[in-house]
Design a protein around this ligand. Structure first.
Ligand SMILES: [Zn+2]
Length: 339
């Protein structure tokens, strides 16, 4: 089969990779319907993470092609969505809703789903089948559920977005934009998107943002305080992962408020004294997308949300290198690869 391999920073190629096979009786093989490029794939692409001949991709939707002898919950021919972390969904950590840290967790990024097929470990726990094969126009939204929607959703839940709350969102990538959508769906009264890009601001408004703040850093914090009677937001979603974005998120939050942080952390070091005086709740990390998948699939299936709008460039898998370039140069928010 064909699949994406990143040989070194900036060097992405689509080449022949071995066909996946069932290794464990709990595995399934899926034929990819669509996959995509993640903002986190840009860290190695830009040389911020080590990379050497790595298969790429961790987001996926597709049709079950084959199942191992112990798989009970999904069968050949079903359309399935899975999280970017495979999980058994039965261990104590999973049952508490933290499937991304399942005691048997496997990162799909190590398998590489930017490919025609993929082996899905722990298929019974990882995959959720849709009620029927979805129409083509629904596939981008279901694919978004695999990571960016689920991650934005977790961030909003971790930030305790809900009725009567003012939510601020730091980061206008796909996860931040879908954090806006999630906050609104969870009933937040006011959602402030922090973005300086007109096209992303427009999408944020479409997803339910009531206010836009263009300033960053101290100025951004001051604007959020202006909009919240000097108190700060009740809930803040952090969807970048840098020192500046994390401190901006904490500083935008009122005492007693909640920060949901899901930007993949890169060299963030929190100063104890500022944390001590902030009196905010911090919760986040690798999103347990599997917890939310059944509900997210239902919302998409019923046409209540359309998160697939974050994909603003569609390319064939074969042109993945162009997709990486477009995202790196910020010409695209998120690239969908058709298989
Ligand atoms: Zn588990």
């Amino acid at each position: 089969m064909r699949g994406v391999v990143m040989h070194a920073p900036g060097d992405v190629r689509v080449e022949d990779r071995g066909d996946p096979e069932i290794i464990h009786p709990t595995d399934a093989i899926i034929k990819m319907s669509a996959t995509c490029i993640c903002g986190s794939d840009l860290w190695p692409y830009r040389g911020a993470d080590d990379v050497h001949d790595a298969p790429m991709g961790h987001e996926y939707v597709g049709i079950v092609e084959e199942v191992g002898s112990d798989v009970r919950n999904v069968r050949r021919g079903q359309f399935v969505v899975g999280s970017f972390v495979a999980s058994d969904n039965t261990c104590e950590i999973c049952r508490a809703g933290y499937q991304s840290r399942c005691v048997h967790a496997e990162l799909m990024g190590h398998i590489g789903t930017q490919a025609q097929y993929a082996r899905i470990p722990l298929a019974d726990g990882t995959l959720v089948a849709t009620p029927e094969t979805p129409p083509a126009e629904m596939i981008p939204s279901l694919l978004a559920a695999s990571d960016v929607l689920g991650t934005g959703w977790f961030a909003a839940v971790a930030a305790e977005a809900g009725p009567g709350k003012t939510v601020a969102v730091v980061g206008d990538g796909a996860v931040g934009l879908l954090g806006v959508l999630a906050a609104r769906q969870l009933g937040a009264e006011r959602v402030i998107a922090m973005s300086r890009h007109p096209d992303r601001q427009a999408l944020a408004r479409e997803f339910g943002a009531t206010d836009i703040v263009e300033e960053r850093g101290d100025e951004g914090v001051a604007r959020i305080r202006d909009l919240t009677n000097g108190l700060g937001a009740h809930s803040v979603v952090e969807a970048v992962g840098t020192q500046q974005s994390m401190m901006q998120a904490i500083s935008c939050t009122r005492p007693g408020g909640h920060v949901g942080f899901v930007g993949l952390s890169h060299d963030v070091a929190l100063p104890g004294d500022e944390l001590f005086s902030s009196m905010v709740h911090l919760h986040g990390g690798l999103a347990p997308v599997r917890r939310f998948l059944p509900e997210l699939i239902r919302l998409i299936w019923d046409g209540e949300i359309n998160p697939g709008k974050v994909f603003d460039l569609n390319l064939p898998l074969q042109d993945a290198a162009e997709g990486y370039k477009a995202m790196d140069e910020r010409r695209a928010v998120k690239v969908l690869l058709t298989v």
